[in-house]
Write a protein of this length. Structure first.
Length: 187
């Protein structure tokens, strides 16, 4: 199966791209940047908007924000993958966690990038459909704070980012969890 290649100046076929991002400024910036590179770009801000786009189109590429307001971008990854398994999906997030990275890949994403990511980073991820066994293993140990945050984030993802339910599952008061979330960005 041939993957669509990112456009080149001499190419007459424009690859299609959908950006699922609820931040209007970042979504517009990405859209314009990819259009300048020769992509035909659609933009959705929610799973519902993406579903409407999928009624009419399939896409060669997709960029999906992990947190879409109160919705999970993982739902969009699943929708895109089920609609067309050939779509190359890159997930963006403000806080990368092991749990959500694993889920994104299981649901059909090709890559998972931490924000800030620019158009070059995303296009590079599009080009790397296969895993790379040469990626260096990091020798840095995970801190207790990072482990705690990953556990909180995993629980939030399991609860579709419902803070009250996540607090109940974590055995903490809702306000305590809310204060912890104010210190770290989920997006």
């Amino acid at each position: 199966m041939n993957d669509p290649a990112p456009p080149s100046p001499e190419s007459s076929i424009s690859p299609s791209l959908v950006i699922v991002e609820d931040d209007p400024a970042f979504g517009r910036t990405l859209k314009r940047s990819f259009e300048r590179r020769g992509y035909e770009v659609q933009h959705a801000t929610s799973p519902e908007e993406l579903e409407a786009l999928l009624d009419d189109d399939s896409f060669d590429y997709a960029v999906v924000d992990l947190k879409l307001g109160t919705a999970s971008g993982l739902t969009c990854v699943q929708m895109l993958s089920q609609h067309d398994p050939a779509t190359c999906i890159v997930v963006l997030t403000g806080f990368a966690s092991i749990a959500t990275a694993v889920e994104a890949i299981k649901l059909g994403a090709a890559h998972y990038l931490a924000k800030p990511a620019n158009t070059d980073d995303i296009e590079e991820a599009f080009a790397q459909r296969e895993g790379n066994p040469e990626v260096p293993l990091e020798g840095r140990k995970t801190s207790i704070k990072t482990m705690e945050w990953e556990y909180i984030h995993s629980t939030l993802a399991d609860c579709d980012f419902n803070i009250s339910e996540a607090a109940r599952r974590l055995g903490m008061h809702r306000r305590t969890l809310a204060r912890k979330l104010e210190k770290r960005q989920l997006k």
